[in-house]
Design a binder for this molecule. Structure first.
Ligand code: GTP
Ligand code: SPV
Ligand code: MN
Length: 623
C-alpha cells in the first residue's frame, strides 16, 4: 500500500491513502528514531497473513505444523529469558507516584521517555517496522477503542491479527478522526549497529533489558525488549487493561480481567450472563468454555480474559470482549478438561513454547495423547520419556495457543454485539488450597467489592519474576493490570455500584482449588463448575435460600445439585468448613495489605473488614 509517500531518514516510504498527515507524522517520528530498513502498513488481509507467515517459516521464526493435522498452524519457540510477562519491568508513568499506588512500579513520565528514547534509537535497524491499526472490540462499536501498534516483530504482527480486529477497517475510523492509542514496540535486537556492523537474525530476537511502560495521562504505551504475550501484544494487557482501566475511571466504565459467558436455561430459554475474574492461569478460559455436566443448561463463550463493561441505556451493566482471539494456557488443556478450546485451535493457530511431535503436531503436559517416545521440547531439544521421568517439562508451563475466537464451536451468537451483553452475576476466584469455600454470595454490594479486594491466589507461571506457588494478594485479579492506584480502583467499583443501584450484578466468591488433607482437590471442577452456576441462577430467581456464614451466604446441601458426584454431607461440609483461627490470621494479613494504601482505602472497605471480624467472632461463639 503506497498511496502516499513521505521521507524517513532521507528514504522515501509509502502509506495507504487513508493515513492522515498526523498519523504519518507520528509514524515518521518513531521511524526516524528506531531507524527500520522499511515500513509496512498492515491491511489485515488473508494474503498478508500468508505472506508474513511464509516468510517466518523461511527465516526459522516459525515451524509450520503438519497441514493435514493442523492446517495453517505454526509453532514458535521463544528464549528461556522471554516466556511470560515481566512484572518487575512493567511501569506506570504518571505525574504523581501515589496515582500509580504501592502495587505498581512507578516512573516519572519525562525520565522514562528520555530512557526509552535512548534504547529505541536505532532499535529497528535492519528490520521492517509493521504499522498495525487495530480495534479493541467490534469495529466502530460504542464501547470499542482504536489503537496503532508499531512493531519490528512479525510474530507480534500475525498474533495481533488473531487477537484484535486489525487492518483497513480500523485505519478508516482513525482516518475519520476517531481517537486512538499509540503503542510502540521493539524486541530490541537490531541487525545492524550505528557503524554499519551487521549480525544474523535469530529465531526469537529479544533483549535482556526490558521495559513495558504505560503513560495513562496521555494514553500511550511503549514496550521494549520482549516479544512475548502481554509484554508485546500491546492491545491486550497494556491497552485493554492498564490504559483502559484509567480511561474507564475517567469516563464511568470498567475494564476488567474477566471472562464473559452466556448461560441459557433450556427449559425457559432464559439467558443469564456471567463475568468472572480469576488471576492469570487460574481457569478463566476453562470456565468461559464450560461444558455443563448437569442437564438443562447451555454455555456460550463471549470472552476468556478481558471484559469492558458500561452501563447500558436500560441501566444494566453491559459487557463486551475487546479481543478477537484467545491467548490460552496450553498445559492442562485437553478434550477432557476443555474440548471447546481443543476444537477452536484445530486450524489457523499459533502455538508458542509447546512441544513438537515427530508427525508435526503439538504436545503438552495434560493433553489427551500419551507421552510419545520422542518429541522436540519447547527449547528445540530432543525429549524422551527419560526426560519426563527426570521431571523435565516438554512444554513450558506458560506455553500458549493464539487462536481466533470465531472458531470456538460455542462462541456466543452475540459475542460481537457492539452494545455488549447484560451482566447478571460477577464471580471472583483464585487458587486457594485452604480457607476459601466453594461458593459464597455477597451480603451487600460493598461486601462484593470487599470480596474482590481481598482475592489472594497461589502464583502461577504466567509471570516470570514472581515465585510460583506462593500465595499473594491479587485484588480483582488486577494486581498486574491496574493502571492506577488500586485503592482508588476499589473506590471506582463502589461508585459504579452506587450509580447502577439494584441493577449492579450480585458478586460471588468461588474456589475450585480447595484441597483435602492428602493434597487432593476436593471439588472436581471443570464441567462440574456448572453446578455452582446453577445455584447462582436459582438464587437470582429467588428459588433457593442461603445460609449466612463468615465469608458470605452459602448454598444449602439439599438445594445444591450434586447428582452423579461422590460428594456426601461430610465432604460437603469440608468444602465449606471455616476455621476461625485461620480466618482471623487471613484478616490480619488482609488488613496489613490494605494498610499500604493508607487513607485511600474507601471507608466502606474498612467497614466490611470490621463486619468480617464480627462474623468470625460470632462463629467462634457458636462453635
Ligand atoms: P490467563 O490467560 O493467564 O489470564 O489465565 P486463565 O485464567 O484463562 O487460565 P486458564 O483457564 O488457561 O487456566 C488453566 C489452568 O487452570 C490449568 O492448569 C487448568 O488445569 C486449571 N483449571 C481450570 N479450571 C479448573 C478447575 O475447575 N479445577 C481445577 N482443579 N483446575 C482448573
Ligand atoms: C495473563 O497473564 O493474565 C494472560 C497472559 O492473559 S498475557 O497476555 O501474557 O498477560
Ligand atoms: Mn489474563
Amino acid at each position: 500500500m503506497t498511496d502516499k509517500t513521505y521521507t524517513v531518514e532521507g528514504v522515501k516510504a509509502g502509506a495507504p491513502a487513508e493515513a492522515t498527515d498526523d498519523l504519518i507524522a507520528w509514524v515518521t517520528e518513531q521511524a526516524n528514531l528506531a531507524k527500520p530498513d522499511s515500513i509496512y502498513w498492515c491491511d489485515g488481509s488473508d494474503e498478508e497473513w500468508t505472506r508474513i507467515t511464509d516468510d517466518m517459516v523461511k527465516t526459522g521464526m516459525f515451524t509450520r505444523l503438519n497441514p493435514e493435522k493442523r492446517p495453517n498452524c505454526f509453532l514458535a519457540r521463544s528464549l528461556p529469558s522471554d516466556v511470560a510477562r515481566v512484572e518487575s519491568r512493567t511501569f506506570i508513568c504518571c505525574e504523581k507516584e501515589e496515582d500509580a499506588g504501592p502495587t505498581n512500579h512507578w516512573a516519572d513520565p519525562k525520565e522514562m521517555k528520555a530512557t526509552l528514547h535512548k534504547v529505541f534509537d536505532g532499535a529497528m535497524r535492519g528490520r521492517t517496522m509493521f504499522v498495525i491499526p487495530f480495534s479493541m472490540g467490534p469495529v466502530g462499536g460504542p464501547i470499542s477503542q482504536l489503537g496503532i501498534e508499531l512493531t519490528d516483530s512479525p510474530y507480534v504482527t500475525v498474533s495481533m491479527r488473531i487477537m484484535t480486529r486489525m487492518g483497513k477497517a480500523a485505519l478508516k475510523l482513525i482516518s475519520e478522526g476517531k481517537p486512538w492509542v499509540p503503542a510502540l514496540h521493539s524486541v530490541g535486537y537490531p541487525l545492524r549497529d550505528a557503524e554499519g556492523n551487521t549480525r544474523e537474525d535469530v529465531p526469537w530476537p529479544c533483549n535482556d533489558l526490558k521495559y513495558i511502560t504505560h503513560f495513562p495521562e496521555t494514553n500511550e504505551i511503549i514496550s521494549y525488549g520482549s516479544g512475548y504475550g502481554g509484554n508485546a501484544l500491546l492491545g491486550k494487557k497494556c491497552f485493554a487493561l492498564r490504559i483502559a482501566s484509567t480511561m474507564a475511571r475517567r469516563d464511568n466504565w470498567m475494564a476488567e480481567h474477566m471472562l464473559i459467558l452466556r448461560l441459557t436455561q433450556e427449559s425457559t430459554g432464559k439467558q443469564f450472563h456471567v463475568t468472572a475474574a480469576f488471576p492469570s492461569a487460574c481457569g478463566k478460559t476453562n470456565l468461559a468454555m464450560l461444558q455443563p455436566t448437569i442437564s438443562g443448561y447451555k454455555v456460550e463463550t463471549v470472552g476468556d480474559d478481558i471484559a469492558w463493561m458500561r452501563p447500558g441505556p436500560d441501566g444494566t451493566l453491559r459487557a463486551i470482549n475487546p479481543e478477537a482471539g484467545f491467548f490460552g494456557v496450553a498445559p492442562g488443556t485437553s478434550y477432557k478438561t476443555n474440548p471447546m478450546a481443543m476444537d477452536t485451535m484445530r486450524a489457523n493457530t499459533i502455538f508458542t513454547n509447546v512441544a513438537l511431535t515427530d508427525d508435526g503436531d503439538v504436545w503438552w503436559e495434560g493433553i489427551d495423547a500419551p507421552l510419545p517416545d520422542h518429541l522436540i521440547d519447547w527449547q528445540g531439544n530432543d525429549y524422551t520419556p527419560a526426560d519426563a521421568a527426570a521431571g523435565k517439562k516438554a512444554a513450558h508451563p506458560n506455553s500458549r495457543f493464539t487462536t481466533p475466537a470465531s472458531q470456538c464451536p460455542i462462541i456466543c451468537p452475540d459475542w460481537e454485539a457492539p452494545e455488549g451483553v447484560p451482566v447478571n452475576a460477577i464471580l471472583f476466584g483464585g487458587r486457594r488450597a485452604t480457607n476459601v469455600p466453594l461458593v459464597a454470595e455477597q451480603y451487600e454490594p460493598a461486601h462484593g467489592v470487599f470480596i474482590g479486594a481481598s482475592v489472594a491466589s497461589e502464583v502461577t507461571a504466567a509471570a516470570t519474576d514472581v515465585k510460583a506457588g506462593s500465595l499473594r494478594h491479587d485484588p480483582f485479579a488486577m494486581l498486574p493490570f491496574c493502571g492506577y492506584n488500586m485503592a482508588d480502583y476499589w473506590g471506582h467499583w463502589l461508585d459504579m455500584q452506587k450509580e447502577l443501584g439494584d441493577k449492579f450484578p450480585k458478586i460471588y466468591q468461588v474456589n475450585w482449588f480447595r484441597k483435602d488433607e492428602n493434597g487432593k482437590f476436593m471439588w472436581p471442577g471443570y464441567g462440574d463448575n456448572s453446578r455452582v452456576l446453577d445455584w447462582i441462577v436459582r438464587r437470582a430467581d429467588g428459588a433457593v435460600d442461603a445460609i449466612d456464614g463468615v465469608t458470605g451466604r452459602y448454598p444449602k446441601f439439599e438445594d445444591f445439585n450434586l447428582e452423579g458426584l461422590d460428594i456426601d454431607k461430610v465432604k460437603w461440609d469440608k468444602l465449606f468448613a471455616i476455621d476461625p483461627d485461620a480466618w482471623e490470621a487471613e484478616m490480619d494479613d488482609t488488613e496489613k495489605y490494605f494498610s499500604q494504601f493508607g487513607d485511600k482505602v474507601p471507608a466502606a472497605i474498612n467497614e466490611q473488614l470490621a463486619k468480617f471480624r464480627e462474623r468470625i467472632a460470632a462463629a467462634r461463639k457458636a462453635a
